[in-house]
Design a protein around this ligand. Structure first.
Ligand SMILES: C[S@@+](CC[C@H](N)C(=O)[O-])C[C@H]1O[C@@H](n2cnc3c(N)ncnc32)[C@H](O)[C@@H]1O
Length: 182
């Protein structure tokens, strides 16, 4: 859920929506961002929960999932909240994302779409193809690949820093939106 971007778009599109985030701050920020008047009035829920265990959502009942997980521990979203997967090494992050993929598959209606935005990362000069590892988690959970969308991503907070470092590698300048179907 983060700051609630997806929920804001759901409200504008008159779609009922439930956002989930492990960080209570995210719920507060999202609720604040959702306080605007528009012609639509869908049911929107901002839930403090763990995407690895969506027990409060029944099987086969969701029409569309849109998720944007952390990129392992590249940006840490909390200082130690239990269950925050932005605090995990790649290996442990992937274990948890496998559970997210399984919960997504369980809760989604058959034939419906789960969209996942994620990027690759670089550590000690080497590319870690996190996007493709995540893709594999969702395929293993039972999804099929409907689309792979490449999203250009040029100006991150750290872009200027890395440009000045004069390193012998290319800057990562794209992310993926994997469009999976159940
Ligand atoms: C990349 S951000 C999402 C940003 C969002 N797209 C937006 O527009 O603000 C990733 C989010 O995942 C949350 N998160 C980390 N671990 C989680 C977990 N186990 N379950 C649910 N959310 C989690 C973080 O708190 C963070 O808000």
């Amino acid at each position: 859920m983060g700051s609630g971007t997806t929920l804001v778009e759901a409200k504008l599109l008159n779609r009922n929506a439930a956002g989930v985030d492990i960080n209570p701050q995210s719920v507060l920020i999202s609720k604040k961002n959702l306080k605007f008047q528009c012609e639509t009035n869908p049911k929107i829920f901002a839930i403090n929960g763990n995407a690895t265990n969506l027990h409060f959502i029944k099987d086969n009942c969701i029409d569309f999932i849109c998720t944007h997980p952390p990129y392992s521990n590249i940006i840490k979203y909390s200082k130690g909240i239990e269950g925050d997967i932005s605090l995990l090494s790649v290996e442990n992050f992937l274990i948890e994302m496998k559970k997210v993929a399984e919960e997504s598959f369980r809760s989604l209606k058959k034939g419906k779409i789960c969209a996942v935005m994620i990027g690759d990362i670089r550590k000690y000069g080497k590319v870690i193809p996190l996007g493709f590892y995540i893709m594999e988690c969702f395929l293993q959970a039972g999804f099929v690949n409907k689309e792979i969308i490449i999203k250009e991503q040029h100006n991150c907070l750290s872009t200027d820093y890395w440009k000045k470092q004069n390193n012998n590698f290319l800057l990562l300048a794209h992310e993926y939106i994997f469009v999976f179907q159940k």
